[in-house]
Design a binder for this molecule. Structure first.
Ligand SMILES: [Cu+2]
Length: 346
């Protein structure tokens, strides 16, 4: 099945059956930035359809069971003058036994087949030749993103192009982990996929609306698991082109911050961080070549402002306790210089 076929099954958003449209009307359920009830991309949309189907069936079962229970409670309640004897007991009704075996079995078969179909359709979609490829590597407690075809390495803020349903441009994420299990989940864009050391998992997403989508590591991975946040920027074609061109450039070398760069290059920073075009080639921490182009630091934890950057470099554990960057013990003067250098890395 080609991706086009898969998409044409999905893009019917405007013609969704009413139970699927129902949840969009409940602000409490659909307005949150990580709501599963307001999908904005292809696999998320079919997963949403499946959940509404499952919720409808289980809700109907709940209504029937609760209704029968309420009926029995009211209709057969104890009344004045009732005898204290137990009522007649029924044993061995084949009809009843059969019905409560066969009906649940059929329901399970239906749920199983529908789920299997969605999984198969999502996994079997043929990858178009011009699809975007991003390698995602989970680290305690941040995300590494590599664009092998474009020669870009960045961290924590994933940029992908918006996809036109008429000419799908999906992004394929090839996922693995540098340490323990993590899980990538941006509910509005796609399902959840685990990042496992020494194993490669692949998922794709096909977002139809530009914007910022939020997510979170969804597999407990250590003390700062809850602060391993995900930011996906779905860019318009122009924005994406500009972002690529900016990221492909080597790091700026501003003479005004030469002092900071020198301290950075003579400190242990370079054994953990890369800044392309300098002596820093470390890969244990995020690539900092274009640090200043990111909105946040610490995997979405705080805004990327000079004050926050200074606080972070001074003592990352004061902001993100248990994170893998040690306190570097720079004096105030060096700290200011390194911060200025970091802030210049557009
Ligand atoms: Cu994690």
């Amino acid at each position: 099945m080609s991706l086009g076929d898969v998409l044409s099954m999905q893009i019917a958003t405007t013609r969704d059956p009413w139970p699927m449209r129902l949840f969009h009307r409940i602000p409490f359920l659909s307005s949150g930035p990580t709501s599963i009830f307001s999908p904005e991309a292809t696999p998320a949309h079919s997963i949403y359809g499946l959940s509404v189907f499952v919720i409808s069936i289980t809700f109907a079962i709940f209504l029937i069971v609760a209704g029968l229970l309420a009926y029995a409670l009211i209709h057969f309640r104890h009344r004045k003058g009732d005898s204290e004897m137990e009522p007649a007991q029924l044993y061995g009704s084949q009809q009843i036994e059969l019905s409560w075996t066969v009906i649940p079995f059929l329901i399970v078969v239906i749920l199983f087949l529908t789920t299997a179909r969605i999984i198969a359709v999502t996994e079997r979609a043929r990858k178009p030749a011009d699809a975007m490829d991003v390698v995602v590597i989970g680290h305690q407690f941040w995300w590494e993103y590599r664009y092998p075809k474009l020669g870009i390495v960045t961290a924590n803020e994933l940029h992908i192009p918006v996809s036109d349903p008429a000419k799908p441009l999906p992004t394929y994420l090839t996922m693995s982990s540098a340490d323990v299990d993590h899980s990538f989940w941006v509910p509005k864009l796609a399902g959840k996929m685990d990042l496992i050391p020494n194993k490669v998992n692949v998922m794709w997403m096909d977002p139809h609306k530009p914007g910022l989508y939020l997510g979170q590591c969804a597999q407990y991975c250590g003390v700062e698991h809850a602060m391993m946040l995900i930011r996906v920027y779905v860019d318009t074609p122009e924005q994406f082109k500009k972002w690529i061109a900016d990221q492909q450039r080597p790091a700026v070398n501003d003479p005004a911050v030469a002092k900071g760069r020198q301290i950075f290059e003579h400190t242990a920073c370079i054994s953990c961080h890369t800044v392309r075009g300098t002596d820093a080639h470390g890969t244990f921490g995020p690539d900092l070549t274009h640090l200043a182009s990111r909105d946040t630091i610490g995997s979405g934890m705080i805004r990327n402002t000079p004050e926050n950057l200074r606080k972070w470099i001074d003592d990352p554990n004061a902001i993100k306790p248990g994170c893998m960057m040690p306190k570097m013990n720079l004096d105030a003067h060096d700290l200011d210089a390194v911060t200025a250098y970091m802030a210049s890395l557009r």
